[in-house]
Design a binder for this molecule. Structure first.
Ligand code: FES
Length: 69
Protein backbone atom coordinates (compact mmCIF):
# COMPACT_ATOMS: atom_id res chain seq x y z
CA UNK A 1 0.00 0.00 0.00
CA UNK A 2 1.06 3.58 -0.55
CA UNK A 3 1.53 5.94 2.39
CA UNK A 4 3.19 9.32 2.86
CA UNK A 5 5.91 9.68 5.50
CA UNK A 6 7.35 13.15 6.08
CA UNK A 7 6.11 14.23 2.65
CA UNK A 8 7.60 11.25 0.81
CA UNK A 9 5.32 8.68 -0.87
CA UNK A 10 6.43 5.17 0.07
CA UNK A 11 5.26 1.63 -0.66
CA UNK A 12 4.73 -0.21 2.64
CA UNK A 13 3.61 -3.70 3.71
CA UNK A 14 0.01 -4.02 5.00
CA UNK A 15 1.05 -5.27 8.46
CA UNK A 16 3.51 -2.45 9.23
CA UNK A 17 3.02 0.08 12.01
CA UNK A 18 4.14 3.68 11.62
CA UNK A 19 7.15 2.81 13.77
CA UNK A 20 8.06 -0.17 11.55
CA UNK A 21 8.03 2.02 8.46
CA UNK A 22 9.98 4.83 10.11
CA UNK A 23 12.66 2.35 11.18
CA UNK A 24 12.88 0.87 7.68
CA UNK A 25 13.24 4.37 6.25
CA UNK A 26 15.99 5.32 8.71
CA UNK A 27 13.84 7.71 10.73
CA UNK A 28 14.47 7.46 14.47
CA UNK A 29 11.39 7.62 16.68
CA UNK A 30 12.19 7.24 20.38
CA UNK A 31 10.41 4.44 22.29
CA UNK A 32 10.18 3.37 25.89
CA UNK A 33 7.54 0.67 26.43
CA UNK A 34 7.85 -0.85 22.95
CA UNK A 35 9.46 -4.29 22.63
CA UNK A 36 9.51 -6.01 19.23
CA UNK A 37 9.04 -9.38 20.96
CA UNK A 38 5.75 -8.30 22.59
CA UNK A 39 2.39 -6.99 21.39
CA UNK A 40 2.17 -3.16 21.39
CA UNK A 41 1.36 -1.91 24.87
CA UNK A 42 1.04 1.79 24.09
CA UNK A 43 1.36 3.20 27.58
CA UNK A 44 4.24 5.66 27.53
CA UNK A 45 3.42 7.75 24.41
CA UNK A 46 7.13 8.50 23.90
CA UNK A 47 6.66 7.41 20.27
CA UNK A 48 3.72 9.77 19.62
CA UNK A 49 3.45 11.14 16.07
CA UNK A 50 1.02 13.31 14.15
CA UNK A 51 -1.06 11.77 11.37
CA UNK A 52 -2.49 14.23 8.87
CA UNK A 53 -6.28 14.34 9.07
CA UNK A 54 -6.49 12.94 12.60
CA UNK A 55 -7.01 14.96 15.75
CA UNK A 56 -4.25 14.83 18.33
CA UNK A 57 -1.42 12.32 18.23
CA UNK A 58 -1.19 8.55 17.82
CA UNK A 59 1.34 6.04 19.11
CA UNK A 60 3.60 5.05 16.23
CA UNK A 61 4.32 1.67 17.85
CA UNK A 62 0.67 0.66 17.98
CA UNK A 63 -0.84 2.32 14.92
CA UNK A 64 -1.02 0.17 11.80
CA UNK A 65 -0.60 1.85 8.45
CA UNK A 66 -3.68 2.38 6.32
CA UNK A 67 -3.74 3.13 2.59
CA UNK A 68 -3.15 6.81 1.89
CA UNK A 69 -2.13 7.55 5.50
S1 FES B 1 6.82 3.25 22.80
FE1 FES B 1 5.43 3.49 24.43
S2 FES B 1 3.56 3.97 23.44
FE2 FES B 1 4.93 3.58 21.81
Amino acid sequence: MEVVLNGKTIEAPEDFTILDLAKREGIKIPTLCHDEELKPYGSCWVCAVKVEGRRGFVTSCGTKLTPGM
